[in-house]
Design a protein around this ligand. Sequence first.
Ligand SMILES: [Cu+2]
Length: 277
Amino acid sequence: MARHSIMFSSIVAAAVVAVAAPCSAAASISGTVKVTGSAAAADVVVYIQQAPGTFTPPAKPAGMDQKQMQFMPHVLPVVIGTIVKFLNSDPTPHNVFSPDYEKYNLGSWPQGQAKDYAFAKCAKFPCVYTQLCRVHPEMEGYVVVLQNPFFAVTDKTGHYEIEGVPPGSYTVAVWHSKAKAQSKPVTVDAAKPAIVDFILARCPNGQSRIRSRLSDGRSDVPVFPGPGALPVGVPRADQRRRLRPRRGRMGHDTRVRHRARAQSPGVSLRPDLRASL
Ligand SMILES: [Cu+2]
C-alpha cells in the first residue's frame, strides 16, 4: 500500500512538472489604453482576470509612499496576500485609512516611518481599496488586489506590458478609477506576443470617492478632519470661497462694526458695503 502511494506520488509529481514546463516559454501581453475625454492615460491597471493555480505573494512588501502630499504610486496593483508598506516621506504627519471591504485605519505617523498592511482578503477580484488620509482630504490612492501576478499599470502614454505570462487563453481586463471596466479575451502564444488595446469610456459615476463624497453631499467615508484640514464635504473651489470673507450676508455684529467705521472721519467704505449698512 505504502509502495503504491509512493508510485502514485511520483506520477503526480511528473504530471505537475509536465504542466509547469510551458512556463519557461512565457510570453507577454502589451498594448495601449486610451480613456475617452481624458488626455491622461496613466494609472490604468491591466490584468489577467483569472489564471490557473494559486500564487504566493512576494516575500518583500510592496510600497506605497506618501510624498509631496500624494499617494505614490497613485495606483498599486498587488497579488492577494501581499503586504504593503505605507511610508511617510513628507515633513508632516499623514494618516492612512480605507473605507472599503474590511475597512482599516492605520493611524498617523511622522516622516521616515512606515506601517504595513496585508491585503489577504478578496472574495471577488479585483478588490479595490481606496487609500485616504484623514489629515489631508484631497489625498487619494488605490491598492488593487488581484488573483495573480500577471498585471501592469499604464504609463503616461497609456502603454502597458505584462511579462512572463504562461501560454494559454485568458480574459485580460482593465481597471481605472474614473472609467468603465472592460475586458477582452486573449490567447497567449510563446511564439507571438499578444497585443490588446482598449478604449475606455469615462464613467459618469466613476468619480473618485472624494469627488462623489463632495458632490453628492453624502458620506460613505469616515471623516476625521485633522489639524489644519480644509472643511470636508465641500468641493475645493467652494472651500477656497468659504475661507474668503463673505460678502452680502452681514451678521449683526459686523454691521454694527461697519456702521461705527463708516461714521469715523476719513473712512471710505466700498459703495456696496455702505449701501447695505
Ligand atoms: Cu496626509
